[in-house]
Design a protein around this ligand. Structure first.
Ligand SMILES: NC(=O)c1ccc[n+]([C@@H]2O[C@H](COP(=O)([O-])OP(=O)(O)OC[C@H]3O[C@@H](n4cnc5c(N)ncnc54)[C@H](OP(=O)(O)O)[C@@H]3O)[C@@H](O)[C@H]2O)c1
Length: 303
């Protein structure tokens, strides 16, 4: 999982062990949050002071999630995209846009969050498991947005027992959804401008103890979270590949004038060949081009 791992007892092994300790500490903090225990003010305080840059960068990447107090609703969305903004080819193939370091990052996000959310199209096209397999840590509750009950019945998330699955539909289909998936597995949500109201969804999930949410795609779903103001953080992992005509990542209405568009504060992480932009959608916006720029533009490296 971490760059430089080798057999033996040299510095590479010690570095891998330390990185393993950092990740175990991340898991313990997430567990404490779920259990309603106080989260340390300074996450880094209880970690060895001898962290090397790779370990520190790993901790810094997840720190916004680790600092969350218990019972706080929070949503982090992620898209892996080509440099021309596509998240899949025109046939829907997206294995893999990103490099292994980014795939491991997705699994870490699953382990730190209470629920992972995908749109109906991703569930149908990818038939994903949405479990935590590449890293240590618990699998989240799987949540599929299927407003009009168009989901095929034989998907893994609906038939396997690897983790609980919830299907979210529009309120008017709740009875039908209950008959189809089982009453305890469905959530009905009202509509806002014809779409599922994602702020209401966050409330419904919090009522079930699912506070920290990982919106894993696809582009339509992440775009709707951003447009409805229901995402707190956005990870865009840009891979050096050209896809051409494919499936778009973010699709936002946007402002007619460039100066009015959103420039959220960001941090940069290099993950193998990919660059992850970590946008804080609640933080202060950055300056216009030629202005002061983001307050935190240093690049951190994730192995
Ligand atoms: N590279 C990546 O990071 C990544 C990640 C995930 C998936 N993918 C790829 O992306 C493609 C699928 O993405 P996509 O953008 O086409 O679709 P998607 O986001 O997976 O699913 C979109 C559908 O989900 C439902 N939905 C989501 N949010 C909703 C809301 N607020 N209100 C109502 N309905 C909502 C709607 O279902 P209805 O159509 O039934 O109304 C909508 O059409 C696949 O090819 C997959 O392989 C790539």
């Amino acid at each position: 999982m971490y760059r430089g791992e080798t057999n033996g007892s040299g510095p590479d092994v010690r570095r891998a062990e330390a990185a393993g300790q950092v990740w175990q500490r991340c898991l313990a903090i997430a567990e404490a949050r779920r259990a309603g225990q106080a989260v340390p003010d300074a996450v880094a305080v209880s970690l060895p002071m001898t962290l090397d840059p790779a370990e520190r960068h790993l901790l810094e990447l997840y720190e916004p999630l680790l600092r969350l107090p218990s019972f706080t609703s929070y949503a982090v969305a992620h898209l892996g995209q080509s440099i021309d903004g596509q998240i899949a080819t025109r046939t829907g193939d997206s294995r893999y846009v990103n490099c292994p370091a980014n795939i491991a990052h997705l699994h870490r996000l699953r382990a730190l969050c209470d629920a992972v959310i995908v749109g109906r199209e991703t569930a149908a096209v990818d038939n994903p498991m949405l479990t935590t397999r590449l890293v240590a840590g618990p699998s989240p509750v799987r949540v599929i947005l299927d407003p009009d009950l168009r989901l095929p019945a034989k998907l893994q998330v609906l038939t396997d027992e690897r983790a609980p699955t919830l299907v979210v539909c529009a309120l008017e289909h709740l009875d039908q959804a209950g008959r189809r998936f089982g009453g305890s597995r469905v959530i009905g949500v009202g509509r806002a401008d014809g779409l599922l109201d994602l702020t209401e969804l966050r409330t419904r999930l919090a009522e079930r103890g699912l506070y920290v949410l990982f919106v894993e795609g696809g582009g339509v779903t992440v775009s709707r979270f951003v447009e409805q103001g229901a995402a707190d953080r956005l990870h865009l992992a840009v891979a050096p590949v050209l896809v051409g005509a494919g499936r778009s990542g973010l699709q936002l209405t946007g402002a007619p004038l460039m100066r009015d568009n959103l420039r959220p504060a960001y941090r940069l992480f290099q993950m193998g060949a990919d660059v992850l932009w970590d946008f804080d959608l609640r933080g202060p916006a950055t300056e216009q081009p030629g202005g002061g720029g983001s307050p935190d533009t240093g690049v951190r490296f994730i192995g």
